[in-house]
Design a protein around this ligand. Structure first.
Ligand SMILES: *Cc1c(COP(=O)(O)O)cnc(C)c1O
Length: 380
């Protein structure tokens, strides 16, 4: 009955798509594939805050938020996120994945349509499937394609446009001012996933709305606390009515145990640090630009925007994993990304920069890349 399991695994191995977990000694290798963009997961204030909260509240929350798992730290964190994102209210979920799942599936159903960029994150796609809304996909960042879909969707009850603000595997940015315009014209709701924008984009790290100077114009702002915030959890920020609605409707909020209070304390401390140490966001941007400059001259990288995600597209899955392994042997951890995470023939090294990287490490990585990747590296 279970032969299919071995067969499927063999097929993955043959295609170069088999996945294994890797244990790494962070003292020995330089990690260039973490989403801890500001290095906050190791910040002494955050570690201290989470230890204090664990001592006061215990580790596990013990129940869902709506039963007995709610603490003052959960509520303080929601107020802090709302303020950080310039919204009336916010709701915290145990993970970003769950924030997308619960939110999209409670806003639209089979009477509606959800319209997404082709390169949106897997959690958005899963959420759309769960919602049973008609799923319509437009070409990456292509506004004519989005408008064509909007034009034809007038008969459906609700239209929800969802996009990553910073695309997780490409590091480019969604054209949000245009999306907002189209949404207004066709009366659609807008939602952005700020997993890679929170703590990253905009002068003070508030995200894509700050980057484009369109504060408050997106209806629903989703983000995660597990990347630049250095902690764990996901959130939605929006109007008071929206948050009320989600507290009552989002099943991935209702039917799961609340985040540990220590994770809330860590996130609260992180958001305070981002505000009180603006140089962190500045350093992240400086480091990202520095590597892009070093690589750009060699034409290894052709992305152009202000994000710390730098893909080097190699095409072939096996070749990608081979170069990743060679980098690892030389002390640099850069993950190879293969289908189904990215489209077929778009396997890539995905380099992520953090504020904690030193100039020397970045220079060293750049010269290794030049050595290992033949000039034939295909630009994006
Ligand atoms: C990581 C990520 C998520 C999921 O967030 P978690 O908190 O890790 O569950 C959602 N969307 C995007 C774009 C992501 O990169």
């Amino acid at each position: 009955m279970f032969e299919f399991i071995n067969e499927e695994i063999e097929a993955l191995k043959k295609a170069g798509l088999y996945r294994e977990l890797r244990l790494i000694d962070r003292e020995k290798v330089k990690v260039f594939c973490s989403n801890d963009y500001l290095g906050l997961s190791k910040h002494p204030k955050i570690i201290g805050a989470s230890i204090r909260a664990t001592k006061e509240f215990g580790f596990g929350a013990g129940a869902s938020r709506l039963i007995s798992g709610n603490t003052i730290l959960h509520e303080e964190l929601e107020r802090k996120i709302a303020k950080f994102k310039g919204r009336e209210a916010a709701l915290v979920f145990p993970a970003g994945y769950m924030a997308n799942l619960g939110t999209i599936s409670s806003l639209v159903d089979e009477n509606d349509t959800v319209i997404i960029d082709r390169l949106n994150h897997a959690s958005i796609i899963d959420a759309c499937k769960l919602s049973r809304a008609k799923l319509q996909v437009y070409r990456h960042r292509n506004m004519e394609a989005l408008e064509a879909i909007l034009k034809k969707s007038g008969k459906l009850r609700r239209r929800l446009i969802v996009t990553d603000s910073v695309f997780s595997m490409d590091g480019d940015i969604a054209p949000l001012p245009e999306i907002v315009k189209l949404a207004k014209k066709y009366k659609a709701m807008t939602m952005i996933d700020e997993a890679h924008a929170t703590g990253v984009l905009g002068k003070t790290g508030r995200g894509a709305e700050e980057h484009f100077a369109i504060q408050g114009q997106i209806d629903i702002v989703m983000g995660t606390l597990s990347k630049a915030i250095g902690s764990m959890g996901g959130f939605i920020a929006g109007s008071k009515a929206l948050i009320d609605y989600l507290r009552n409707k989002a099943r991935s909020f209702i039917y799961t145990t609340a985040l540990p209070p220590s994770a809330c304390a860590a996130s609260l401390a992180a958001l305070e640090i981002i505000e009180s140490e603006p140089e962190l966001v500045r350093n992240l941007r400086m480091n990202s630009r520095f590597l892009k400059e070093l690589l750009g001259t060699e034409n290894l990288f052709s992305g152009s925007e202000d994000t710390p995600i730098i893909p080097i597209i190699l095409g072939d899955a096996e070749k990608t994993m081979d170069i990743s392994q060679k980098l690892f042997e030389r002390g640099f951890f850069v993950s190879g990304i293969r289908p189904p995470t990215v489209p077929k023939n778009e396997s890539r090294l995905r380099i992520t920069i953090t504020a904690a990287h030193s100039k020397e490490d970045i220079e060293c990585l750049a010269s290794l890349l030049r050595e290992l990747i033949p000039a034939a590296a295909k630009p994006m």
